[in-house]
Design a protein around this ligand. Sequence first.
Ligand code: NAD
Ligand code: TYD
Length: 353
Amino acid sequence: MMILVTGGAGFIGSNFVLDWLADPSAEGIINLDKLTYAGNLANLASLEHNPRHIFVQGDIGDQGLVKKLLAQYQPRAIVNFAAESHVDRSIHGPADFIQTNIMGTFNLLECAREHWNTLESDAKKQFRFHHVSTDEVYGSLSATDPAFTESNPYEPNSPYSASKAASDHLVRAWFHTYGFPVVTTNCSNNYGPYHFPEKLIPLVILNALNHKPLPIYGDGQQVRDWLYVGDHCSAIREVLAKGELGETYNIGGWNEKANLDVVKTICQILDQLKPRNDDKSYAKQITFVKDRPGHDRRYAIDACKIEKELGWRPAETFDTGIRKTVQWYLNNSQWIDGVVSGSYRDWLQKQYH
Ligand code: NAD
Ligand code: TYD
């Protein structure tokens, strides 16, 4: 038995693949990933000789390839992580987001539905399509609004969140129209090992260590609900195993933090673990820069449904998770050297000139 994971060389996908295969009784994985700038086989280096992991470089929008993989490996489930995922890049160039997040998901749904229709009754009953999405589809909260529940209206504000919202709608429609067996999870901001350093937390850790400015957009009072990636992976496993078909589950860390506080916390941990040569705090490197256009003020997840119905709660607090994360970056300079390539430097130049 196999499961098909898409986007399994990215940040969350690779954590999920490693986590899943750490259980010797779990099914093998076919990992379909296009290896965009965000996909990195170094994340999966420990699986190089593992026969339970089959890596295929390709696009979720490639109908011939997806059909072939489904026929060849007969996976009992698909977990769809593949996406363009960075809001700032979606502002500079939304086309790839429309192509992968909307058209790619559409293709995956259609190929999977065709495959599902050919299955015998038991296999058909077991089959699951798990779509991984984001809390950003719900839009922005004020400081006093209650956290997002699964019944919040969709109000996406960036090209990224609009494309994810569109993909969620397709997934929902495939359930209601065709009875296709889907579950969707909408999670908050993840952090942890293998996080590509264009996102706030890894960018700040690397910039701090490289004596560069720590860029805070606007006033730094935007709030995100931080979820340790290992907790996200355990939640997905729970939903895949026990989630109700056609349902959506919010996954959050119960860790609302303002960006400036996140950055100050990282500075404090680095001050302890790897003090600057001049013994001043890394907080000296904090620099306020121009705000992101359409910057959502606050995201917060109400994760009561998944706790009540499936018994899942995050294991990490922000304090434990962020300490582990900073330590991971300090221990993995080789991985960092691998991702800080020419194209990464071009992005920094474009975004922070
Ligand atoms: P990521 O950008 O690190 O990884 C995305 C992966 O998808 C990469 O390996 C990339 O090569 C691959 N990919 C891109 N286009 C593809 C295509 N057309 N076909 C096949 N593979 C393709 O993203 P991530 O942070 O790991 O996010 C994974 C999923 O979780 C995404 O769907 C994202 O929307 C969602 N999500 C992420 C966060 C977060 O905080 N990172 C929060 C909520 C939801
Ligand atoms: P990011 O990690 O890009 O995630 P998202 O936009 O999906 O929430 O950004 C997290 C928050 O940090 C967001 O409010 C934007 C802010 N931010 C900065 O202040 N400076 C930066 O250099 C980056 C990349 C993000």
